[in-house]
Write a protein that binds this ligand. Structure first.
Ligand code: 3HC
Length: 293
């Protein structure tokens, strides 16, 4: 079944979507990357180019392999170009109105047998599946940032997902070099339900001036041997994504452990979302102040 897969669509080429498109193309799939307009498409293509250049520079792939990967990647601003793909991964912004628009189109455009996967980290896969007439073929396929590097893929099932869909998606995840775990749809799935409250706790320590941002990050790196501290990780993941996950956990469980830090909420309101906006807890702008509470 999966062996017959050849052409994969990726809708949304932000940080995650571009990384996912790269992962599939590197694994030998033909990929159609779709964005909403030319400017967004150029940005997405730029993400992929930069990452592949880095892989060549580090000697992970040769120039010839890079050319073959490039040849497998096509880009479009029209979702209609997904009419002949075998599998779709959606990675558009985390808003249900945008997902509704995308999944409505995908359900109309793609063949009835095409599996539609969402990379959502904070919305209900069950609700997304219910936007289509093929809920048994809709599943979560959740990658981690940076997608070309992180090995986990969460395969998120709903009460409607068929066993065959789960088998196929699990196999696809393995084929792109990821370690899949299959879990039921719930707020935060598994990894974010653990990681994001940990990030939130670090923000609370910072908010209460228990330690500086550097001390908090260094403490975790040195104590637990993690590659980056929680405030650096928050900037990588995106503070808007962290807040969305916290709010989902709060709404689902009403457990005080899951209440978002006021500073996190204020930083999102201020548009300081992390690396993608050039500044979060750390900033690339020389004149931006440290976000003291
Ligand atoms: N794209 C492709 N490759 C990348 C990359 C990117 N954006 N960023 C780093 N890499 C590669 C590098 O090429 C390098 O490869 P090599 O070891 O084969 O040469 C390797 O990753 C290490 O990179 P660097 O040496 O430049 O830097 P670091 O050693 O600091 O590693 C890191 C960077 C991989 C990001 C590492 O710090 C890390 O693993 N951090 C934790 C990331 C994490 O926890 N992610 C999960 C977040 S939760 C999430 O995404 C879920 C969502 O729903 C919110």
């Amino acid at each position: 079944m999966v062996q017959e897969f050849d052409k994969v669509g990726v809708v949304g080429l932000g940080t995650m979507g571009a990384g996912i498109a790269e992962v599939f193309a590197r694994a030998g799939f033909n990929v159609v990357g779709v964005e909403i307009d030319q400017a967004a498409l150029d940005r997405g293509r730029g993400h992929v180019d930069k990452s592949l250049t880095r892989a060549v520079d580090k000697g992970k792939i040769t120039e010839d392999e890079r050319a073959a990967i490039d040849a497998r990647l096509t880009f479009s601003t029209s979702r209609e170009d997904l009419s002949d793909v075998d599998f779709v991964v959606e990675a558009v912004p985390e808003r249900m109105d945008i997902k509704r628009d995308v999944f409505g189109d995908l359900d109309r455009i793609c063949a009835p047998g095409t599996i539609l996967a969402t990379n959502t980290s904070s919305l209900s896969v069950t609700e997304i599946a219910a936007l289509t007439d093929r809920p048994e073929k809709v599943v979560g396929l959740h990658f981690f940032n940076p997608a070309p590097v992180m090995k986990l893929a969460e395969v998120v099932t709903t009460v409607s997902t068929s066993a065959e869909t789960v088998d196929v998606v699990t196999e696809v995840a393995k084929r792109v070099g990821k370690t899949p775990i299959t879990i039921a749809d719930r707020g935060g799935f598994v990894a974010n339900a653990l990681l994001v409250p940990y990030i939130n706790d670090a923000i609370r320590l910072y908010e209460r001036r228990i330690a500086t941002r550097e001390e908090i990050d260094e403490a975790v790196k040195k104590a637990a041997g993690l590659p980056m501290g929680p405030l650096t990780l928050a900037d990588l993941v995106g503070l808007d994504v962290c807040l969305a996950v916290m709010d989902v956990l709060w709404n689902e469980f009403h457990d005080p452990r899951y209440s978002a830090s006021p500073l996190l909420r204020r930083m999102v309101a201020a548009g300081r979302l992390g690396r993608k906006t050039g500044g979060g807890f750390y900033t690339s702008a020389d004149d931006a102040p440290e976000p003291l509470p």
